[in-house]
Design a protein around this ligand. Structure first.
Ligand SMILES: Nc1ncnc2c1ncn2[C@@H]1O[C@H](COP(=O)(O)OP(=O)(O)OP(=O)(O)O)[C@@H](O)[C@H]1O
Ligand SMILES: O=C(O)c1ccc[n+]([C@@H]2O[C@H](COP(=O)([O-])O)[C@@H](O)[C@H]2O)c1
Length: 397
């Protein structure tokens, strides 16, 4: 396997980093690309107003959405104290991947200074080097000469990677633009949403009562990249259903955008949120991670974004359903189930049923989901059974 290792301060990660990473992936045919934020950059002091390492890591993880599933942000430098020397990172990665081909990626500025890095000769024996332009060729930059030197003096393997989409941009410029109220297009949407939500780099956003367009990047910033298409798909489907069945389109969008906002949190963090927001849990919920995110997501939606009660309830009930659901609750439950990226067997039948009649569609979705859970041996929450029984008793059908 060919693994690209792209270290950086990433303060914040910007579009220039991403076009370079994309060039390296394409030219070298990488099977994996690891983005590794430095905790303590060894060669430069972090300026005042910098983001914390954990925030820089989160932003790198969000930026991976632009690069596809090959890319992943790694926290290994955040677990070490002292300067984040590249040689230490490479030693660890070499131990973890003894058989793989490691490519250390860097912009030409770093490439030209490589001989001065800590234990440079070890670096060059641990990994091959991929160097890409970070600006259009600079006068005096002799990349071919540097390549020859590293190859003859250290036996290194070096590839100069043509960066055809080069964006002449630095994180310093991004920080300056953000502080001046500009620069949102210099980073990806989820990264900008994260900056807004965390109030980084002098960006101040009132998070209450946002419109769907304002909320979208911020909602994406809560997600793992692989879940982003699902949430955007849920929004699309929720709007379709709201239009068809006469529900409030804005509420449908907002509930869809936030419905999975705590989905990536583990059990400990879910339970901590439940304690923080005084969310009561029954026996099943104490142990079922999948059931908790609806409740904690609703709590975040209300606390952080001041969503109205109807939206709060639609998020709260989107996983189990319950007896006598409101129209918006039904729409979010179903949009989550049948949005365009879902492809389980039978989804097209369910889509047709939902678009023919909301309640009959809901009954089918509940029935299917109860049947699946029983087949897999998973306990079914009583609220889901209540939701189905309520419809079966003919109160709505
Ligand atoms: N626009 C760009 N195009 C290609 N590579 C880049 C670009 N900007 C930075 N790089 C490379 O990405 C790596 C990480 O850079 P870093 O995170 O320090 O960004 P930076 O923009 O140089 O930051 P700062 O302005 O804070 O010094 C380095 O190898 C650097 O050469
Ligand atoms: O290990 C070193 O001595 C060393 C010296 C200069 C830069 N680096 C690494 O090079 C990467 C790019 O650095 P930066 O700060 O330009 O983003 C980042 O991972 C740094 O930790 C590493």
């Amino acid at each position: 396997m060919r693994i690209g290792i792209y270290g950086g301060t990433f303060n914040p990660i910007h579009r220039g980093h991403l076009t370079a990473a994309r060039a390296a992936m394409d030219v070298l045919g990488l099977d994996r690309l690891l983005l590794i934020p430095a905790s303590v950059p060894p060669h430069k002091a972090l300026p005042q107003g910098s983001a914390e390492p954990a925030d820089r890591l989160e932003m790198a993880a969000l930026a991976c959405a632009q690069l596809g599933p090959v890319a992943q942000a790694l926290d290994i430098e955040l677990h070490r104290t002292g300067p984040s020397y590249t040689v230490d990172t490479l030693r660890q990665l070499r131990m973890e991947h003894p058989e793989d081909e490691l490519w250390l990626l860097m912009g030409t500025d770093m490439f030209l200074s490589l001989e001065r890095w800590y234990h440079a000769s070890d670096i060059l024996s641990l990994a091959h080097i991929g160097a890409f332009d970070r600006a259009h060729p600079q006068p005096g930059e002799d990349l071919a000469a540097q390549k020859r030197l590293l190859e003859t003096k250290y036996g290194a393997t070096v590839a100069i990677i043509a960066n055809r989409q080069v964006i002449d941009l630095s994180s310093t410029q991004v920080r300056e633009a953000l502080a001046a109220g500009r620069g949102r297009d210099l980073v990806t949407d989820p990264v900008y949403g994260y900056i807004q939500r965390r109030g980084l780099y002098g960006v101040h956003t009132d998070l209450h009562h946002l419109t769907p367009d304002q909320l979208r990047p911020i909602a994406l910033s809560y997600l793992k990249p692989k879940r982003m298409p699902h949430v955007l798909g849920t929004e699309q489907e929720a709007v379709r259903l709201a239009r068809q069945y006469g529900a409030d389109e804005t509420q449908a969008r907002i509930a869809a955008l936030l419905h999975d906002c705590t989905k990536k949190l583990d059990m400990d963090r879910q339970l901590a949120l439940c304690r923080q927001y005084g969310i009561p849990l029954d026996d099943l919920e104490q142990h079922a991670l999948k059931l908790l995110h609806a409740k904690t997501g609703a709590a975040i939606a209300r606390d952080v974004f001041a969503v109205d009660d109807a939206v709060y309830r639609a998020i709260y009930w989107h996983t189990t359903g319950h007896a006598n659901m409101t129209k918006l609750e039904k729409i979010i439950y179903l949009a989550d189930y049948i949005e365009p990226s879902r492809d389980f067997p039978g989804v097209d039948d369910l889509r047709r049923a939902v678009h023919a009649d909301l309640d009959r569609g809901l009954l089918k979705a509940l029935d299917d989901s109860i049947r699946d859970m029983q087949q897999w041996g998973n306990p079914v929450h009583h609220n889901t059974l209540d939701a189905r029984d309520y419809l079966l008793r003919g109160k709505q059908i």
